[in-house]
Design a protein around this ligand. Sequence first.
Ligand code: ADP
Ligand code: MG
Length: 263
Amino acid sequence: MTAAVHAPAAALEARDLSARLGEAAILHDITLALPSGRWTCIVGPNGAGKSTLLKALAGLLPHRGSVALLGRSLADWSSRQRAQQLSWLGQNEGSADDLTVWDVAMLGRLPHQAWLSAPSEADRAAVERALRATQAWEWRARSLGQLSGGERQRVLLARALAVEAQVLLMDEPLANLDPPHQADWLDVVQALVREGKTVVSVLHEIAMALHADELVVMAQGRVTHQGPCADETTHRALEAVFDQRITVHQLQGQWVVLPRLRP
Ligand code: ADP
Ligand code: MG
């Protein structure tokens, strides 16, 4: 809780952020602030630039404009300090198939370890907590290659949790997860936010995304809307960005997203 109290209002802040991939301009002058101690979801159609934005915010992509992490320009962080404070789970990310589940989760501790030093008690404790949180603890001795897509995804999530960073960025973390494990992921995120951590995720599952605190709606490399998930204006922005092909309704205190079928 103390971390949340002392943290700046924005965990990540972008100003006039533009990025290119090859010859193509992908992000166009994005200015946004992602609140500290909250869960923000980035949503929008395929190709909107969500992954590119997340990478630029993580400092993984050359860009124009500025990005600040916890009130300090990305460029002013050492890569080690930044890796301790910002944890990353990429889209369709893999890891070496012959590594054990334990070793994959331990990779999340690298920013905390001295060069070639053995893992500390704190590292082991963090890895155990992370593997238990994603219900991957039972597989710790198995190699990654022996797991299903959804099981792997939970191990990669454990790796991201093991960092114990202040800010977590996750790109489509629910890919391959069955509904119970999607619900578990929601529990994990809500627990992180209660601890004062900041979570920023790209999600395709709009009904899940509406559980977040705030939505950032993107189309064609621009942010078309940012606002609380409970706001009507946010729902209308969501319907608009998907060409009115979805509708958002309230049912028994939850948001329900329905496809709008062509007449
Ligand atoms: P999203 O995550 O919202 O689906 P991305 O950020 O992955 O979108 O991609 C945004 C746009 O950039 C897409 O139109 C995609 O085709 C394009 N793109 C992705 N990678 C490259 C690349 N290496 N070179 C050129 N364009 C790319
Ligand atoms: Mg993407």
